[in-house]
Structure formats: C-alpha cells, structure tokens
Design a protein around this ligand. Structure first.
Ligand code: DX5
Ligand code: ZN
Length: 220
C-alpha cells in the first residue's frame, strides 16, 4: 500500500514546505498539465528540479500533456522516479513507455474515465504501473466516479494474468471512504490531493488513509 499525496493541492506560494507537511508519504505525486490535453496548466521540469533538492522521496510524475515524448527526458533529468503517460495523449504510447524505461525510470500508463481497460493490454509486458483515473483529469477536489472502480477490478485481473509485478494506482476523489473501495477493487497506490493538503494535519491524513486501505484489504 503506497500513499502518494498530490502536490496539486499544496500551497503553490510555499510549495516545498507545504508539500513536506504530508509526512509519512511513500512518494509525492506531481501533476503536469499543459492546458491542451487538460484545461489546466501546472508544473514544468524546472519546478520538479527545484523540489528534487528538497526531497528524497520518490517523485511520481503524472504527465497530462500532449506529445509526452518531447518532455520525458526533461522530467527524467529533473529528478522524476516514475513517469506516467496518458494513453490518450499520443499515438505512440509504447514508444513513450520505452523512452521512460530507457531513461532508467519506472514507467506508468494512465487511462481516463472514458477509456476502456483493454487500452493497456499491450503494455502490460513493459509498464511498471497502471494508473486508473477515478475523476476526469485537470483539477483536484472532484468527486470519484464510482464506475471507475469496476475498471480497477478489471485491470487488477489483467495484471494478475500477466504474472508481472505491476502497481495499480488510482487518482481522483480519494478520501478515507473511497480508498476502502479502491483497495478492495485491487489498487495498491493511492493518490490523494485535496484530502491530504486540505487537512489541517496532512501527516495524520496520510496515516489514516493508509490505515483505511490496510483494513480494507485485511477484511477482504
Ligand atoms: C487530477 C490530478 C490528480 C489530483 C487529485 O487531474 O491528476 O492527481 O491532484 O486531486 P484530488 O485527490 O483532490 O481528487
Ligand atoms: Zn495525478
């Protein structure tokens, strides 16, 4: 079980200190948006490089940008540990994943709520993580789309059949209640932005999310 706070909901005027308040996190989730693939614009490699100097935690970089191939090396050099590309963002997802692997990083593949699970089937022999969006990407603070959890179950079955060790990450609308359903559906990496950074005690929020996910699995 890994908890990945999304710094999209941290205080951008005080980003490093604000992000660091999520003590106990397993990695930091960094949302990169270009205003084209999604309506919002966020963080570039310069900010990732600046944060890298302040954190030893793994950086889970989620690219919501068109032509991700053009930017993979910049984010790798900036200090990403995992780079995730959206299957809808390029006709050459396999090449993008290969580029991430060739840079020596872990590669994730992400699917939007309207994208079927089968879109990742030909990537299971190369991907290290499948990210299932549980909201439409672009903004923090949205409510989870319940039907996305059926897809988590489907991807979980596909991953088991592959025989490979592949993480299943969920992103969007994760809180202490929805994390239980996501964990039961088969997810093991949980992104949480507004729930963690909207809390007066982000470290406690991380701890409680982990406890909720672990108890969901224990009672399965
Ligand atoms: C949405 C981003 C998410 C976002 C999640 O496009 O990919 O990582 O920060 O925010 P919450 O947890 O608030 O739904
Ligand atoms: Zn994200």
């Amino acid at each position: 079980m890994k908890i990945a706070p999304s710094i999209l909901s941290a205080d951008f005027a005080d980003l490093a200190d604000s992000a660091a308040r999520a003590e106990g996190a397993d990695m930091l989730h960094i949302d990169v948006m270009d205003g084209v693939f999604v309506p919002n614009i966020t963080i570039g490699p310069g900010v990732v490089a600046a944060l890298r100097k302040r954190f030893s935690l793994p950086f889970d970089v989620h690219l919501m940008i068109v032509n991700p191939e053009r930017h993979i090396s910049a984010f790798a050099e900036a200090g990403a540990d995992i780079i995730t590309v959206q299957v809808e963002s390029t006709p050459h997802v396999h090449r993008a994943v290969q580029m991430v692997k060739q840079a020596g990083l872990k590669a994730g593949v992400c699917i939007n709520p309207a994208t079927p699970a089968c879109m990742v089937s030909e990537l299971l022999d190369i991907a290290d993580m499948i990210l299932i969006m549980t909201v439409n990407p672009g903004f923090g603070g949205q409510t989870m789309i319940p039907s996305a959890l059926r897809k988590v179950e489907e991807v979980s079955r596909m991953v088991q059949a592959s025989g490979r060790q592949i993480d299943i990450e969920v992103d969007g609308g994760i809180n202490e209640a929805t994390i239980v359903d996501a964990a039961r559906a088969g997810a093991n990496v949980f992104v949480a932005g507004s729930h963690v950074y909207g809390s007066s005690d982000p470290a406690a929020a991380v701890r409680r999310l982990r406890e909720a996910a672990l108890s969901a699995i224990a009672s399965r």
